[in-house]
Design a protein around this ligand. Sequence first.
Ligand code: NDP
Length: 257
Amino acid sequence: MSVNFAKCTSVLITGASRGLGLQMVKHLVGISDRPQKIIATARSPDTAQELQQIAKSHPEVYIVPLDVVNDASIEAAVQKVSSIVGPAGLNCLINNAGIGVPSDLNSETRDRMMTTFQSNTASPLFVTRAFLPLLRAAAAACDGGVMSVNRAAVINVSSLLGSVQLNWGETSVHRAYAYRVSKAGLNMLTRCLALDLQSERILCTVVHPGWVQTDMGGKQAPLTPEESISSLLSVVCALSEKDTGQFLDYEGKNLPW
Ligand code: NDP
């Protein structure tokens, strides 16, 4: 499946300084059917050297500061993005930023549980709510009512580790308490958003990118960022009504909750 965002005017990616978020930007600028505006957000854009280099040679890439756990930063980003997209609004919001620190029953701390929940679960809600007026503007500017990333969509990047059903039996792993709980929460959050935004036909889908070689995934992961993201974006650009409120992996397979 190819990646075709030709009919999608704008995409915003959180956590684009490195890892999968950066790879999304790299992939999008490399295809001919790319969105007209690729808004790459990072909490410290000045230190995101590779992203800065990409933006220098690609005028369609706009770097916007955004720390997803900071409400003032979210508000400032909405203002900035509003001036970039104008009345056409924002078509696709990808909540990718996240944190993950290994832990087990003995080593988990209250602090880490709360910090991880803030980044991985609460932030996608408050970022999405803040950008809703721009998503609604994009939906209104679209002639057709068909749900897709070309109209208005929220894509939440979760993890297989957030699946309650899969964490049982022989393959279960009793690790990463905070991370797993935060991603299970993100899965539920996506369901709630999908229900709330269904009447406005704003698509909300939660995705698992695979286990990928990034700072978070580690070197032993089976997938390269290129493999994960080329496949994930081909799935994302083909999402439709049937996929809203669903939990899909990077190959488009439905995952158990
Ligand atoms: P990385 O640790 O490599 O990158 C995380 C990104 O999130 C960085 O850009 C980081 O920015 C950003 N980030 C973290 N906190 C904030 C914040 N408060 N505000 C803005 N940006 C923030 O992780 P990956 O790229 O591997 O992961 C991306 C997403 O994919 C995450 O949601 C993760 O849970 C998910 N995922 C990853 C898997 C994997 O195997 N890699 C597997 C399943 C899911 P900064 O550079 O400033 O720290």
